[in-house]
Design a protein around this ligand. Structure first.
Ligand SMILES: Nc1nc(=O)c2c([nH]1)NC[C@@H]1CN(c3ccc(C(=O)N[C@@H](CCC(=O)O)C(=O)O)cc3)C=[N+]21
Length: 288
C-alpha cells in the first residue's frame, strides 16, 4: 500500500475559482500590494508567482520592488501610504526582510484589516481567541487541502511539528478551532517519534530535510509536509525536498508531495484572503 497523494494543484484551483467568483461580485477588483526589498532570488521568484496568480484571479496587483538599502523609515512611509489607499485591500511585505529592518515593527505597521498574511498581532490574537480575522496563508491553505480531500479533523489527534510564528503556531490554532486534539511539538520535544506516532493528522513544518521517517508515523495517518528545503542530489543538482522522508508514503494513508503540495495552497490562500479583506472593507460579508 502506498499513501494517497494529496496534490495541491486541484485543491488550489478550486479555492482560486471560488475566490475569483467572489471577486467578480464586488463593485471593483480587490487590490493587492506586494512589497519586496532587495534581490534575493527566492523572494523575487515567489513574488512573481503571487503577482501572476493574482492577475489570473482578477485582482488588481501591484509589486513595490524596493532597493535592499531602503531604510526602515522609508518602508514604514510606504506602508502608511498603502494603509490609507482606498483601492488597496491587501498588503503583503515579503519576508525575510534585510537585517537592518525591524521585522516585527513592520508587521505591526500594516493595518490589521489589510493584513492578508495574518501576521499582525491583532490577527494572531483573534485567531487564538477563536474569533479568526485574516488567517496566515500556509496554515489556512493546509486546512483547505485537508477539506478538499475529505480528511476529517474534528475529534482526531493532530500533531504539529515546528512552532514558528508563520506556520506551526497558527497551524495548531486552526486545528484546535476545527475541534482536533492538538499537540505542538518542536526541537526540544523528547522522543519526537513517540509523539508523532500518536497523530492521525500530522503536519510537519520544522525546516529540517527528511526529519520525519516511517517509524515516526502511525499507519494510515494523513501527513502534511510543509517543508521546502533546497538540497543537492547525488548528481550535485539543487532540488526541493520536504521535512518528511519519501519512504513515509509506505506507512501513511495520505501524504502531500514537495513540491506540488502545500506551496500552491499558500498562494491560493493569500489571494482568497485578499478577496475576504476587500469584501469586509467594502461592507459585504464573505464566507467564514
Ligand atoms: N510575507 C510573506 N508571505 C508569504 O506567504 C511568504 C513570505 N513572506 N516569504 C516566503 C514564504 C515562502 N512562500 C511560498 C509560497 C509558495 C510556494 C510554492 O508554490 N512552492 C512550490 C514550488 C516552488 C519552487 O519550485 O520553488 C511548491 O511547493 O510546489 C513556496 C513558498 C510564501 N512565503
Amino acid at each position: 500500500m502506498t499513501a494517497q497523494v494529496l496534490a495541491g494543484a486541484p485543491a488550489a484551483a478550486a479555492l482560486l475559482s471560488r475566490a475569483a467568483a467572489r471577486a467578480r461580485t464586488l463593485p471593483r477588483p480587490p487590490g493587492l500590494a506586494i512589497v519586496r526589498l532587495g534581490d534575493d532570488p527566492a523572494s523575487v521568484s515567489y513574488v512573481r508567482g503571487k503577482d501572476r496568480k493574482a492577475r489570473e484571479v482578477g485582482l488588481q496587483s501591484t509589486v513595490y520592488a524596493l532597493p535592499e538599502e531602503t531604510s526602515q523609515a522609508e518602508l514604514l512611509a510606504l506602508i502608511a501610504e498603502l494603509n490609507a489607499a482606498y483601492d488597496v485591500d491587501g498588503i503583503l511585505v515579503q519576508l525575510p526582510l534585510p537585517p537592518h529592518i525591524d521585522e516585527a515593527a513592520v508587521l505591526r505597521a500594516v493595518d490589521p484589516s489589510k493584513d492578508v498574511d495574518g501576521f499582525h498581532p491583532v490577527n494572531v490574537g483573534e485567531l487564538w481567541s477563536g474569533r479568526p480575522g485574516l488567517l496566515p496563508c500556509t496554515p489556512a491553505g493546509v486546512m483547505v487541502l485537508l477539506e478538499h480531500y475529505g480528511i476529517p479533523v474534528a475529534g482526531r489527534r493532530a500533531v504539529v511539528v515546528g512552532r514558528s510564528a508563520i506556520v506551526g503556531r497558527p497551524m495548531a490554532a486552526l486545528l484546535l478551532a476545527a475541534d482536533a486534539t492538538v499537540t505542538l511539538a518542536h526541537r526540544r520535544t523528547p522522543d519526537l517519534g513517540a509523539v508523532t506516532r500518536e497523530a492521525e493528522v500530522l503536519v510537519v513544518a520544522a525546516g529540517r530535510p527528511h526529519l520525519v521517517t516511517p517509524e515516526m508515523v502511525r499507519p494510515g495517518a494523513a501527513v502534511v509536509d510543509v517543508g521546502i528545503n533546497r538540497v543537492l542530489d547525488a548528481a550535485g543538482v539543487s532540488r526541493l525536498t520536504g521535512d518528511v522522508h519519501p519512504d513515509v508514503a509506505g506507512v501513511a494513508g495520505a501524504l502531500t508531495p514537495v513540491p506540488g503540495g502545500v506551496g500552491p495552497m499558500t498562494i491560493a490562500a493569500l489571494l482568497a484572503n485578499t478577496v475576504t479583506a476587500a469584501e469586509r472593507r467594502l461592507g459585504l460579508s464573505g464566507p467564514r
